[in-house]
Design a protein around this ligand. Structure first.
Ligand SMILES: [Zn+2]
Ligand SMILES: [Zn+2]
Ligand SMILES: [Zn+2]
Ligand SMILES: [Zn+2]
Ligand SMILES: [Zn+2]
Ligand SMILES: [Zn+2]
Ligand SMILES: [Zn+2]
Ligand SMILES: [Zn+2]
Length: 387
């Protein structure tokens, strides 16, 4: 089917488009859940999607007020599916008028999924473990927010969150989004098994039976013959429970948004965006936008330059030396990042005869068996004793 949007659908998306300045200031000042007071509050490195202060990921921070962003993402996901715009406005508008939709539901869903009964919804909500449901406590709300940001990365859905895409890249992202909405996106339905239902229900993830009174998740795109326990409705790649029951179906599997994207596109290791440009770099077993293969410390482009990788991040030689250079035990000079080095325990030497030799008799120890004592190298017990 051709990926043509209904004119009114597009209209709605346009109206709610998030301004780029908002994307740049996203979550500013939010405390880091990993670092605590050591981080003064999120200061977003826009294209790296990490905090400039503590270097933790965006979603490791306790970011509030993301409703508008998630609302737009969900609208983008389901724009062609069962009239979502109304369903979303229900949630943002007069929610309390809907008898089935209480605060608990509102806290856990951007879009309320189809559900067989109010009782089934209540059972579903109570089946989510403590600390993982937004209506349970603050920890649950933080968990859900993190899962939303991770499984439905804003930059997979809206160019405003991407770093300066070219027109060609914008077009590719749009095609990708259209196909995702058209062919893959869905939201699980919550159904309670009752005595009236004669067929056996077997969870497709754990292969255990579901019994009368249990709630199961069904997925339109997958078909009626498969269902899951709520806690078994997980992404095939990361095995995380699918946040808000939002799944993407491809080649018989169900995936979170992040891993659905990675089935057909590579993700840039620096900016976390899917790569839509024709050319990109492969280095350190990862993929990078050409413009993002940069020093992790100073952001200088490293294409065609010498660099050093440390903990899977590339550094320019200058930054590497400044941050991590080893000092030679013999001459006390720094060992250049691209220079030959001998390391033993916590000690390092220039791999040259002048530096790696017996401290006592000056014999060349390169390639020889040596005795190591107090960060020093000796050729024999006799020489070691003399120090
Ligand atoms: Zn942090
Ligand atoms: Zn931080
Ligand atoms: Zn199961
Ligand atoms: Zn996943
Ligand atoms: Zn990138
Ligand atoms: Zn640098
Ligand atoms: Zn040296
Ligand atoms: Zn010696």
């Amino acid at each position: 089917m051709a990926a043509v949007l209904p004119a009114d659908g597009r209209e709605i998306i346009r109206q709610n488009e998030i301004r780029p300045y908002l994307a740049h200031e996203r979550g500013a000042g939010s405390p880091c859940l990993k670092c605590g007071p050591k981080c003064e509050g999120l200061d977003l490195h826009f294209w790296r999607k990490i905090c400039k202060i503590c270097h933790c990921k965006y979603e490791d921070h306790d970011v509030k007020n993301e409703e508008e962003i998630h609302h737009n993402i969900v609208q983008n996901i389901f724009r062609k599916d069962r009239g979502l715009p109304e369903s979303v406005s229900k949630l943002t508008g007069d929610l309390k008028q809907e008898p089935d939709i209480g605060e608990d539901v509102k806290a856990n869903f951007i879009q309320v999924p189809q559900v067989s009964s109010t009782a089934a919804m209540a059972k579903y909500l109570s089946s989510i473990p403590k600390g993982k449901a937004a209506h349970h406590d603050e920890a649950g709300a933080q968990y859900r927010a993190k899962q939303l940001a991770n499984q439905l990365p804003a930059h997979d859905f809206d160019e405003a969150f991407c770093d300066d895409l070219t027109d060609a890249e914008k077009e590719k992202l749009q095609e990708f989004s259209d196909l995702r909405a058209e062919e893959a996106a869905g939201q699980g339905e919550i159904v309670e098994k009752t005595a009236k239902i004669a067929t056996d229900w077997l969870c497709d993830h754990c292969n255990e039976s579901l019994y009368n009174g249990d709630v199961a998740i069904f997925a339109d795109r997958v078909g009626k013959e498969k269902c899951w326990h709520p806690q078994c409705f997980v992404c095939d790649t990361c095995k995380e429970v699918l946040v808000d029951l939002i799944y993407f179906f491809k080649d018989g599997g169900i995936f979170c948004g992040r891993h659905y994207g990675e089935l057909t596109r590579v993700r840039c290791a620096a900016c976390d965006e899917l790569i839509f440009s024709k050319e990109y770099t492969q280095a350190e077993d990862k993929s990078w936008h050409l413009k993002h293969f940069c020093c992790y410390n100073c952001d200088a482009e490293l294409g065609g330059q010498k660099y050093v990788a440390r903990e899977e991040k590339p550094y320019c030689l200058k930054c590497y030396e400044g941050l991590f250079a080893k000092v030679c035990e013999a001459c006390k000079d720094k060992i250049p990042a691209d220079g030959k080095r001998i390391s033993y325990k916590d000690a390092h030497w220039h791999a040259v005869e002048a530096c790696f030799s017996c401290v006592t008799c000056k014999r060349n120890m390169l390639g020889e068996q040596f005795i190591y004592k107090d960060n020093q190298v000796f050729c024999s017990p006799q020489c070691a004793k003399k120090r």
